[in-house]
Design a protein around this ligand. Sequence first.
Ligand code: ADP
Ligand code: MG
Ligand code: MG
Length: 255
Amino acid sequence: RSMLNLQNLHATVGEGDEAKPIINGLSLEVPAGEIHAIMGPNGAGKSTLSYVLTGREGYEVTEGSATLEGEDLLSMEPEERAAKGLFLSFQYPIEIPGVPVMTFVRTAMNAQRKLRGEDEISAPEFIKKAREVGAALNIDAEMLKRPLNVGFSGGEKKRLEIFQMMMLEPRFAILDETDSGLDIDALKTVADGVNVLRRSDRGMLVITHYQRLLDYIRPDRVHVLAKGRIVASGGPDLALRLEKEGYDGVLGEPA
Ligand code: ADP
Ligand code: MG
Ligand code: MG
């Protein structure tokens, strides 16, 4: 059964006369328990797809449907989507001076719980969980007391992002690993986080143009996004072919 179901999705970026079609008839189904990778050339619309799904301002769906566990995502506010368990990495790439990582994550967790009609997480429960997740990611308690992302290295930001994801325990996670120029340790951090979160009742979409990341995450399916549509799908070997033959080679035409 598909968890994320996108049918003939069309979307534009920008307002009014400036609106530009970027997603052009994209269909994709990710069943529960599976990890799908989306690869594609620069400018294909990969990041746009993740923004459309999370409901970012300035992105408008003009046709098609997007459901998560059978519920219409497109009629929900971004916060409702998050409360339903949709997580996008890089959702908070911003630095927030004065707000410690711990406070930020706890606020995000409680905002989602509130929308779901659940009680807030208690302080001891939160601290216990943060310690466990932090330990798994080699993040020490001192780091979690520092303001979000301020003065953190690229690799540390990456670990904090995976920390947030693991704390929030999403139903469906989208990781957009675009132009971040990650070193091998950071790639492994991302992969470890994804692999730990793999579960029969959770789905994940990993967007990347680095084949290397997929050496550590074994995706169930690999899709190629070009010009706003899925133009090829296959098993993990498709990523290897893309690396060898390039997009033009695999697609048989300029992507
Ligand atoms: P990818 O992540 O695959 O590299 P993007 O989704 O970032 O691609 O971008 C797809 C296309 O949409 C690009 O041509 C880009 O220039 C354009 N685009 C993205 N954001 C905007 C925007 N805010 N306004 C206008 N065009 C945009
Ligand atoms: Mg790009
Ligand atoms: Mg991108």
